[in-house]
Design a binder for this molecule. Structure first.
Ligand SMILES: [Zn+2]
Length: 285
């Protein structure tokens, strides 16, 4: 099947007000007969976790997650995911506000129950896609689950890994840009996404920005998040016009001339160091 044919043939299947699927008619029939039902429930529960946050989306919309289920043979080509299977965010041809859809291959949809963190990460791309698409978006997709939803407590190995990093072990944003998120040596190590150096570096930056905003807004993370999203949306338009890229983050974060991303990363790490002290010790067997 060719790419163009696929988008002409798929049909919509509504799961809830916040969640709809697009798939080929034969596959929709399979779903109606129970295929992938465990995953549908699982995705729906994760979507609910994000939908119930009071995020103020453009045009007063509520969260709408569009999931496009694709035969595995054409998944890599359509989704841009080089692994040829699994789930990832990509352009949403069906909605003007939620510009990121989740692309998933049919077999993974039917058979593979995904990790909660992985799904919350992908849904975070849907969230920021309604506001901006910066090159540091992976940091946002880590920050929302780990900071806003407090998942650091559920993944103690993540908090401990970050707490133990020496400052020189945290990649600078410049290094992230040069190396990309998944350079071949890191992919070969098969590290979970959240433990890859570039994901940690951009997570710490996003978290550092949001920690400051949260303090500014009396500890309210959601007010801070809404503020961040609105500002990023504004600056994103400006930056595109002026080809500024990340300078917008500098300005928005109100950094002094002498400060840099480093300060924000280290502020975030310091909070995680405190948090890691409360977490259960690793068990050795
Ligand atoms: Zn991502």
């Amino acid at each position: 099947m060719k790419k163009s044919n696929f988008f002409d043939k798929i049909v919509e299947y509504k799961i809830s007000d916040n969640y709809r699927l697009f798939a080929l008619p034969d596959f929709i029939t399979k779903i109606q007969n129970g295929a992938g039902s465990a995953n549908i429930k699982y995705f729906n529960d994760r979507i609910y976790e994000i939908a119930e946050l009071d995020i103020e989306y453009p045009q007063k919309r509520s969260l709408l997650v569009t999931m496009i289920v694709i035969p595995r043979e054409i998944y890599a080509e359509l989704s841009g995911n080089p692994y040829g299977q699994s789930i990832n965010g990509s352009y949403n041809p069906f909605d003007k506000i939620f510009r990121t859809a989740l692309y998933i291959d049919e077999q993974s949809f039917e058979n593979w129950i995904f990790e909660r963190l992985a799904i919350l990460h992908e849904l975070s791309h849907v969230v920021h896609g309604a506001f901006f698409s910066l090159e540091l978006r992976e940091g946002f997709a880590e920050m929302l689950p780990f900071y806003i939803l407090d998942l650091e407590k559920e993944y103690p190995e993540h908090a401990r890994k970050i707490a133990d990093l020496l400052p020189e072990e945290i990649l600078t944003i410049k290094e992230v840009r040069q190396r990309g998120y998944n350079p071949p040596n890191v992919v070969k190590e098969n590290l979970p996404i959240s433990l890859r150096p570039a994901y940690i570096a951009t997570y710490l930056l996003m978290r550092g920005i949001l920690q400051r905003l949260t303090k500014e807004f009396g500890g309210d993370k959601i007010v801070a998040l809404n503020r961040m999203l609105t500002k990023f949306a504004e600056f994103s338009v400006l930056a595109k016009r002026m080809e500024l890229k990340d300078e917008m983050i500098w300005r928005f974060a109100g950094l002094d001339a002498g400060e840099d991303y480093r300060t924000l990363q280290l502020e975030a790490q310091a909070e995680i160091v405190e948090l890691a002290k409360e977490l259960p010790l690793p068990s050795y067997t």
